[in-house]
Each structure stands twice: as structure tokens, then as C-alpha cells.
Design a protein around this ligand. Sequence first.
Ligand code: CP
Length: 338
Amino acid sequence: MTSTPRHFLNTQDWSRADLDALLARAAGFKRDRLGDQLRGKSIALVFFNPSMRTRTSFELGAFQLGGHAVVLQPGKDAWPIEFDHGTVMDGEAEEHVAEVARVLGRYADLIGVRAFPKFVDWSVDREDRVLKAFAKYSPVPVINMETITHPCQELAHAMALQEHFGTSDLRGRKFVLTWTYHPKPLNTAVANSALTIATRMGMDVTLLCPTPEYVLDERYMGWAEANVAESGGSLAVSHDIDSAYAGADVVYAKSWGALPYFGNWAPEKPIRDRYKHFIVDERKMALTNDGVFSHCLPLRRNVKATDAVMDSPRCIAIDEAENRLHVQKAVMATLANR
Ligand code: CP
């Protein structure tokens, strides 16, 4: 038995020592891909949204450790699920999460859940109800495969930075999380997560976004404040591109919709359209301290970042994507053998 949390819902729930142990274990899996830590075990991967990296890396990660993964897409190849309690289920949903999570927990040793916000009412989305419902009813550990945070991406990013800088100590590095344009208002999950892990690692973090409306939810800003108080890093919000990029060691890009417009996106679109120049390009990267660039992917080239930035040796997005495989094996092996 260990004192690690039962589930992997957010890195903020895990101690720094436990996160460091996951990263060390992931580094071991990067050196030695095959193992038997999941022999005879299985994971049910429940996807409410599309994926390339997450699905592939979880399935192959389970396989490489001797386990088996089953993918379910409720509403497509599995029954639609109800999450509210007390609902008269006379609509689309054929079963309730109370049954789904408990049945899957009888079959599998782990459950992964991907459930993006509905983008209608942030006060509802910020409750992370789907993930929390699975965690509540599941008798086995639940892993967040991206809901309103993306903790597996956080670990993969931290690992890529540690590899690049050749040290697990990232304190004192300037980390810029920059909003970038996208034609659609996207999930804030990766931005919330980047802010969380960079402050947790003691970096000097600047959140660069077009206007105050694009500042992230107070919960994640609060986590970041708490993290820098503990880790010795710093946190700043900037709307000025050049000063934010100046001297940066890391530029991490993500697009997201402004929270005040959840459910009424029409007025947000012309605002977002005014800030296409937030694209990560060679001129901006030249302002950095020979900094590295990364993104969680998928990325629209020449919208979020230029071809030259993506094809530069300073781009570590592919390393980060590879590390999803290793960190998720560490998470699965740790939770399945508690
Ligand atoms: N970064 C990431 O989670 O990629 P997918 O959406 O392809 O899984």
C-alpha cells in the first residue's frame, strides 16, 4: 500500500514526490519499453471526444506492459450515458454512470476517461462532472485522459523539458504560456494544465493572452499562485507579446475560448479574430533565450505556429508527444499495483 491518491485526476492532487516518482518511472520505461507490470490486467478507455495521441499511447502502453486496453465511445459504439442523479431517463441515455463505472470496474483494473466541456455553461463544465462521477462510482483507479485539465500531457511536457535541459530542476527558467488564435473556441484544459505544472516545477511563468477575458479560471490561477508560493517560482499575466517572449526559456502555445463567452460565442469570435498575430513565429522566438517551443498537438500549422517554428530543432512537441507513452505507462503501472 502507498499514500498516493487512488485516482489520477489532476497533478495538483499528487505530492511533488509522487510526481517525481512517476517521472522517474517514465524515464525507465523510455529506456526499457517492455515490461510485465500490467500482466493479466486491463484498462477501459472511455472516450467522449476524438483522440489520436491519447488513444494510441494508452493502448500501446498497456500492451507493452503485458496488459490489454478496451476502447469505448459512449453514444457511438457503447450506450449513451446519463450523469445527473435523479433524472427520469426518458431521453437519449440508456444507462447511468453509476452502473457503467461499477460494471467496468468489475471487468478492468483501471478506467481512463476523456470528457471535454460542453462549451455551453462554464459554471457547469468547471465541475468536471463526468470525470468526478466515474471517480465516485468506480471501484478501480480512474485516469483523466483530458477533461478540464490534461494531467498526462503535463507529465509528458515536464519530462520533455527535463530531458531538454538535462536536469529535473526546472526552477528559474522563464516559461511563457501563450494563447494563440484558432478559428474555434477551444478547451482550456491544456492551458490550465500547463500553468499548473510549470508553477509546480518552480518556473517563472508568464501567462500571455490578448485581453483579461482570456485569463484562465480562478481555480487554476489559484493553484498557480499556491504553487509558486511553495516552489519559489513566479507568476505574471501579460498582454504584451514582445516583453513576454523576451528571455523566455520555454514557449508553450495553446488556444482557448474566453470563459465569459461560454454559451454565447458569437461576440467572442470577432475579438479572437483580432489576435491572429499571436501566432508563434520566428520573430517572436528570436526574442527568447534560445528558448524551446512546444504544444500538446494537434496543431494547425501557420495558424497557431509557423512551419519554421514547428520544423525548428528548438521545437520539442514530438518529444513531448512521445513522452505521453512513457508517462502513462508509469501512471498505469503505479495505480494498477497499489
Ligand atoms: N494531446 C492530445 O491529447 O492529443 P489527442 O487529442 O490526439 O489525444
